[in-house]
Design a binder for this molecule. Structure first.
Ligand SMILES: Nc1ncnc2c1ncn2[C@@H]1O[C@H](COP(=O)(O)OP(=O)(O)O)[C@@H](O)[C@H]1O
Ligand SMILES: [Mg+2]
Length: 362
């Protein structure tokens, strides 16, 4: 952008001398400059500072708007120090004085190099963000698949094996009722088998329940939380109280699964890390959300533990909630305990995954 044809030639000559192979558009007015920004899309802009139809600041601003990543170098007769600094602040890459054109080629080389670095970095950042999104999608996908698989296996184990065993038990009872009273040994043997069958039925119930508690699907979230709390209390001796202000039962299977699995993870963490003696659980709702709060009275999680990106357990909780458009807040008070608050919208809103990623999960 230069209104003096001789100066333009000098600049072109300097670039050629410096070994720069250029395709060149020379303009000297605002309208022509605007047109070339659109159609030519330059890799580099060299601009005089004062022209009849526009000043350097305006030219710079136009260029920033149209092609913000293109290096912009002022090549000008004189430029006061303050103006020079101001142009750099406003986004100019450099300025070269016309009586020091020797500086032009090195300045252009540097500008192009830096522009390329910026482009490369932006590209790398985009790639990184993309793979983060994909990883998140994968982790969610795995959770969904695992949950479905657990549910299927739990049902199969419970229904099929349970029924078979019950049938065997009946047959055994029939059989032993026909054994002669005197056959003490056989009677005893039948009794042992019957007890083994009973024990196996109990194990099968336990295994199925561990895979996916039936109560979650048959009696709703609150009942499942209460059941889990009871189990936890029995196993660990840590008191666990569940309260709810809900009048309704939550049946939404996705929501139930998310809350329930997060609750389990929280309890596991309490056993492993908290040194707590009491856990208070509260299920409530706001006009927008269902809220599960789990508060322990242990040592209190530290900030660096919350922020640690390697904390797969905490990360998993967050992902589960995020999938349903919700979030998990974790607060620790040193020596006084940890509170985990899970908030999930009652009505499903968009999760933070992009539509494409969500689609790929279906
Ligand atoms: N209730 C809690 N009280 C104190 N510290 C906790 C609690 N829950 C989690 N933490 C801390 O946060 C860390 C991260 O938890 P998590 O992601 O579940 O990983 P992990 O349980 O596998 O160590 C734990 O290692 C522990 O140091
Ligand atoms: Mg954990």
């Amino acid at each position: 952008l230069e209104d003096n044809a001789t100066d333009a030639d000098l600049v072109r000559h300097a670039l050629k001398q410096g070994g720069l192979n250029t395709v060149w558009k020379h303009v000297d007015s605002k309208s022509a400059f605007a047109r070339q920004l659109d159609t030519f899309a330059p890799d580099l802009i060299l601009s005089d500072f004062t022209l009849p139809s526009l000043d350097g600041y305006t030219a710079l601003e136009m260029a920033r708007k149209k092609c913000s990543n293109t290096p912009f170098i002022f090549v000008t007769g004189t430029l006061g120090e303050e103006v020079a600094i101001e142009t750099l602040k406003k986004g100019a890459t450099d300025y070269v004085l016309k009586h020091r054109l020797r500086r032009l080629v090195p300045s252009v080389h540097r500008a192009l190099r830096e522009a390329k670095l910026r482009v490369d970095r932006r590209h790398a950042e985009e790639q990184l963000e993309l793979s983060r999104t994909q990883l998140r999608a994968l982790s969610i996908h795995l959770q969904v698949v695992r949950e479905a698989e657990r549910m299927r296996v739990a049902r199969e184990v419970y229904d099929e094996l349970g029924q078979t065993l019950t049938g065997m038990k009946l047959q055994l009872t029939w059989l032993s009722s026909r054994l002669p009273k005197r056959a003490k040994l056989l009677q005893e043997q039948a009794g042992t088998i019957a007890r083994q069958i009973d024990e196996t039925i109990v194990s099968i119930r336990r295994i199925a329940t561990e895979l996916r508690p039936g109560v979650l699907d048959s009696a709703g979230l609150l009942a499942a939380l209460e059941w889990q709390a009871e189990e936890f209390q029995t196993q660990t001796g840590i008191r666990c109280n569940v309260r709810s202000t809900l009048r309704e039962t939550i049946w939404n299977p996705d929501l139930n699964t998310a809350f329930f699995r997060i609750f389990q993870e929280t309890l596991t963490n309490i056993i492993r890390h908290a040194q707590a003696t009491t856990v208070d659980v509260r299920l409530s709702r706001t006009p927008r959300d269902y809220v599960l709060e789990v508060r322990d009275n242990g040592r209190g999680i530290l900030n660096f533990e919350i922020q640690n990106t390697k904390s797969i357990g905490l990360l998993g909780m967050r992902e589960r909630a995020a999938l349903l458009g919700g979030e998990v807040s974790i607060v620790g008070e040193r020596g006084r305990g940890t509170t985990i608050t899970v908030t999930i919208p009652r009505r499903r809103r968009n999760s933070r995954l992009t539509p494409e990623v969500r689609l790929s999960l279906v």
